[in-house]
Design a protein around this ligand. Structure first.
Ligand code: MIC
Length: 647
């Protein structure tokens, strides 16, 4: 039977289920990645599971998010993570080495393999023909313990690419075009597979850009074939031997089909404050700009910095604008030095920062209130930058460089006339720098057993998770609208991230952006509570703190019109029951402080997907999409207590 790349990847790792969209399937996991902001919880989970040594082919712990060291908390986390990596047998990428996704691709990316990561942008590795899925930390911990990954079998959405990108239009504009067409919910329940003759003009790093922001579309992941571009990339990072060709069969088909003619694309930009608010740059030209940030997992390739450097070469950045350059990794930094690009950036007035996620996650680089900040980053949810009234736009490196020069949002295609700049096509080196000094290999097993986990005073153990009662009577503490992101449920940023390994403390910040009284009101309820969401509830990151912290405060049930994939799975993993309104109109009839009553819950959950609840005075029909395994898990109180019961 003819298969597309996604089906080949899934079929070769399938241990349970069939390739029928909507069914739960289980797959073996070859590799995992964790980053520091989610990794501390994962390591605590490994400890709670009593794991001796990881069972994946390889697992890597990166430190790229919590890089500010304003007190002992973040560095204590780094020390803890290094000790845990040594204890359990992981690779360890030290603070400052670089952003996890591109570093992972360069050192470990392997066509045909599966990768899961406790970061929603793990999907970027689809660029090399991997099946790479962002998930909650507990899924990663379980995979390291040798368990398969459970996901809902997605539909495969074939995007045929034809044509060639015009001058001043680059890979970021391709994924912004996807977001312009489909918005932040467009990819839910789907894998996006790119194919067609247009692929020939896209390098592996261009594909990484496109695959990365599949997360913004809500997709399970994005997949590219492993073809000549993947081979060229692997050779350039000195790992040509890891190349295996993986392409769709000639007769392969897709559940959904669509076409993009790359030649028709123009520079695009996502307006504040959602990656889905995409418009042509030309439509918003002339808005004043105060900050331009180049870097992050969304535009991490050497080319993405070099193109900015060539536009700024022998020119000055606009006096009003702070131009911040966050080189993806020390390897990219070294190549920027040897290509002469770093000097152009420095001479133009750009501020060069260390390698890491930095302002993308509000770890510094907060913009001034209400002032436009243009970023080559993947997300701009409200307040994520660290500034309460922020105004963050997402764009390509070309559009970022144009604004850096002019101080205004500028269609980069106009630079030819206004500044006499012809479109730079920076020549990439034959081989990219690769450094191992800050990427520490796992310790041999006998030495690993001797390692003690080093926990600073801010690192607390996981709370206990009690079973879900058969009858619940829960006040509704929040009623929310559509597209609530995890940044609104559990903020990131330099104030909050240092508490990622301290659930009691981080719970004080829950839903802060929506209703700062929530933690106090939640703690006043003895018997737990519920919250209500709209469509696409929990979009964005994979952070399981957005479920563990509210669970710690007593959250037992979330009813939404629909859920984002990772958050839905995280809720079930931690024993919070995710239910959907059978009739979306019922969402509007619920009021804060109504009481939700669910009776005979265990049988109802086991017997099918429909349930009836009383909310306030009304009977409301609800449904769930949990598999039998997940029902059992939610009733047990989550995956950790269920695993303990089975041991
Ligand atoms: C993000 O981009 O939102 C993050 C920060 O990388 C998150 C992970 C986290 O919250 O630590 C993600 O994408 O999953």
């Amino acid at each position: 039977m003819a298969r597309n790349v996604t089906e080949k990847l899934i079929a070769s790792h399938l241990v349970d289920g069939t390739l029928t969209p909507g069914d739960e399937i289980a797959m073996t996991v070859d590799q995992t990645l964790t980053q520091d902001a989610t990794g501390t919880m994962v390591m605590l989970e490994l400890e709670a599971l009593g794991l001796d040594r990881i069972r994946t082919d390889l697992s890597v712990q990166y430190v790229d998010h919590n890089l500010l060291q304003t007190d002992e908390k973040n560095p204590d986390d780094h020390v803890f993570l290094q000790s845990a990596a040594q204890r359990f047998g992981l690779w360890y990428s030290k603070a400052g080495n670089g952003v996890s996704h591109p570093v992972h691709q360069a050192h470990f990316g392997k066509p045909g393999a599966t990768l899961i990561g406790s970061d929603s942008h793990t999907c970027a590795a689809g660029a090399l023909g991997m099946l790479a899925i962002g998930v909650g930390g507990l899924e990663v911990a379980m995979a390291m313990a040798g368990q398969p990954l459970y996901v809902t079998m997605p539909e495969v959405w074939g995007i045929e690419l034809t044509g060639e990108l015009p001058d001043w239009v680059s890979a970021k504009d391709v994924v912004l075009e996807m977001l312009r067409r489909h918005g932040v919910k467009g990819g839910v329940g789907r894998v996006i597979e790119y194919h067609g003759p247009g692929l020939a003009g896209l390098t592996a790093m261009d594909r990484h850009v496109i695959a990365n922001m599949g997360a913004e579309l809500g997709a399970t992941t994005s997949v590219f074939p492993a073809d000549e571009a993947a081979r060229a990339y692997l050779e350039a990072v000195g790992r040509g031997d890891d190349f295996t060709r993986l392409v769709a069969d000639d007769e392969a088909s897709y559940d959904i089909t669509e076409h993009i003619d790359l030649s028709d694309l123009e520079p695009l930009i996502a307006r504040p404050s959602s990656p889905g608010n995409v418009v042509p740059v030309a439509d918003v030209a002339d808005e004043e700009v105060y900050q331009v940030v180049v870097g992050s997992s969304a535009n991490p390739g050497l080319r993405d910095f070099a193109v900015v450097a060539e536009i700024l070469n022998n020119r000055q950045t606009h006096p009003r604008v702070s131009v911040d350059i966050n080189p993806t990794s020390r390897e990219v930094l070294a190549d920027l030095v040897s290509g002469g690009w770093l000097s152009s950036l420095v001479a133009s007035g750009a501020r060069v920062h260390q390698s890491g996620c930095l302002g993308c996650i509000g770890m510094g680089q907060a913009p001034a209130s209400g002032r436009n900040s243009l970023r080559t980053m993947p997300r701009n949810f409200p307040g994520r930058s660290g500034t309460e009234e922020d105004s963050v736009w997402l764009c390509s490196p070309e559009t970022a460089a144009a604004a850096a020069l002019t101080g205004r949002i500028t269609d980069p295609r106009t630079l030819a006339d206004s500044h006499g700049i012809s479109y730079p096509r920076p020549e990439m080196p034959e081989s990219f720098s690769t450094f191992d000094a800050m990427l520490l290999a796992p310790l041999p097993e006998d030495q690993a057993r001797e390692v003690e986990l080093i926990k600073g005073p801010n690192i607390s153990s996981l709370p206990d998770f009690d079973p879900l009662p058969d009858t619940v009577e829960l006040p509704v503490l929040l009623v929310m609208d559509d597209d609530v992101s995890t940044d609104e449920i559990m903020p990131a940023g330099s104030r909050v991230l240092p508490y990622r390994s301290n659930i009691p403390r981080i719970s004080d910040f829950c839903f802060e952006r929506i209703d700062a009284t929530y933690p106090r009101r939640a703690q006043q309820q003895q018997g737990g509570h519920a919250v209500i969401g709209g469509e696409n509830y929990g979009q964005g990151s994979s952070r399981e703190h957005a479920v563990v912290a509210p669970r710690y405060l007593g959250l037992r049930v979330v009813i939404a019109t629909s859920f984002a994939r990772i958050h839905w799975q995280n809720l079930a993993n931690f024993g919070i029951l995710p239910l959907e309104f059978a009739d979306p109109a019922d969402h509007d009839a619920v009021n804060q402080d109504d009481v939700l009553v669910l009776d005979g819950l265990h049988e109802a959950l086991k017997n099918g997907s429909e349930l009836t609840a009383t909310i306030g005075e009304r009977q409301v029909r609800l449904r769930h999409r949990l598999s039998d395994r997940q029902v059992q898990m939610v009733i047990a109180g989550g995956r950790i207590p269920m695993t303990a019961q089975m041991a």
